[in-house]
Ligand binder design. Structure first.
Ligand code: TRP
Ligand code: SF4
Length: 335
């Protein structure tokens, strides 16, 4: 890892296998950024507990699966550090220190809280956990433990990076300069819809996803199930690609000439939806095929993948402990 480069940190919760929404929303972006920055890619298992504290059954398997998806889609563990959040003590310590530097009303105003409360295992809206309220503070600890300059996230996470900047400022002002203020970077790719409609986000919990580990046949079946323009029934009917899920996928993954061609053929009643979907399923499969192959290979050697995670975690512990030492000394807790 090149230590002169600026640092980048981002993470995924270990909720299951990654899908095309994750791929176009963040993974491709990371593949590009890994050469530009010293990257820390974290598996956020503690974050997962903030909503799913009693669903720990599959976490271990999901951690492995995420690491496999990262590597299969081109994130290189020789260039970047892969690590597991809960194995790095600095995150928990910093979360606690930072929790003194932020007010409860400030956390209650964070826009993601309401959604998280709905997802959470505390169904009563007024009785969400202390840990869930502090979720963005934990995220600030994740970022600042590595003094990351950039944090690639989805739009919904911008408010968390803003809070991180406030916490960094408050710490620096109170105890002395330790932290740089990180900047969020948004990935350029548009939102990927689910197979059930252009206005629904792809998500595993809605079972509308195409995952990077789906088989050839599963991919095809899911593409064939996609919601199209309801006004186009026969091949010769004129369709409206802008309301069609299939077309939004062409938009994301086809070459510009093919996008224009599909649009033309659809609008002029020259192609039927079945043929249009078949062509799309080939495109999707062509994209996923190399990822699937690599995944298959890694699945045969899980201990190699765990080694990568353990090595990365050692590196993360080393790096974040330096930050903790600086904090302790500025805070005059060095006894
Ligand atoms: N909160 C993020 C999510 O739910 C995951 C995450 C945890 C994260 N810590 C982070 C992302 C730090 C960026 C930086 O997707
Ligand atoms: Fe959608 Fe293609 Fe059917 Fe047009 S032809 S409505 S783009 S599936």
């Amino acid at each position: 890892m090149d230590t002169n480069k600026k640092r980048l940190l981002t993470g995924d919760r270990p909720t299951g296998r990654l899908h095309l929404g994750n791929y176009f929303g963040s993974i491709i972006n990371r593949v590009k950024l890994q050469d530009q920055y010293a990257c820390f890619f974290m598996i956020a298992d503690l974050h997962m507990l903030t909503t799913d504290f009693d669903r720990t059954q599959d976490i271990k398997e999901n951690i492995l699966s995420i690491a496999i998806d990262w590597i299969s889609s081109g994130i290189n563990p020789e260039k970047s550090v892969f690590f597991i959040q809960s194995k790095v003590p600095a995150h928990s310590f910093m979360h606690l220190i930072f929790s003194m530097l932020v007010s409860v009303p400030r956390l209650e105003r964070i826009p993601t809280l309401k959604d998280k409360v709905k997802e959470s295992r505390f169904s009563d809206e007024n009785a969400y956990s202390y840990g869930l309220l502090g979720y963005p503070v934990l995220q600030a600890a994740d970022i600042l433990a590595y003094k990351a300059s950039v944090v690639p996230v989805g739009e919904d996470q911008i408010s968390h990076v803003e809070l991180t900047r406030e916490i960094a400022r408050r710490f620096n002002y109170t105890y002395g300069e330790v932290f740089p203020e990180p900047r969020a970077i948004l990935s350029e790719t548009s939102r990927v819809p689910g197979i059930d409609g252009i206005n629904v986000k792809m998500s595993k919990s809605l079972n509308n996803e195409i995952s990077l580990s789906h088989s050839f046949k599963e991919v095809r079946d899911r593409v064939m199930k996609m919601v199209t323009d309801p006004a186009k029934i026969r091949l010769t009917d004129r369709g409206h690609p802008q309301v069609c899920t299939v077309f939004s996928f062409y938009n994301i993954l086809a070459a510009p000439e093919l996008i224009d061609q599909v649009k033309y053929e659809c609008e002029n009643g020259q192609i039927g939806c079945v043929a249009c979907k078949e062509r799309l399923s080939e495109l999707v499969n062509r994209l996923i095929e190399p990822i699937r192959e690599k995944r298959f290979e890694l699945e045969r050697n899980p201990s190699g993948v765990w080694d990568i995670l353990h090595e990365g975690t050692k590196n993360a512990i080393f790096t974040s402990n330096k930050t903790v030492s600086e904090m302790i000394s500025k805070m005059k807790l060095n006894y």
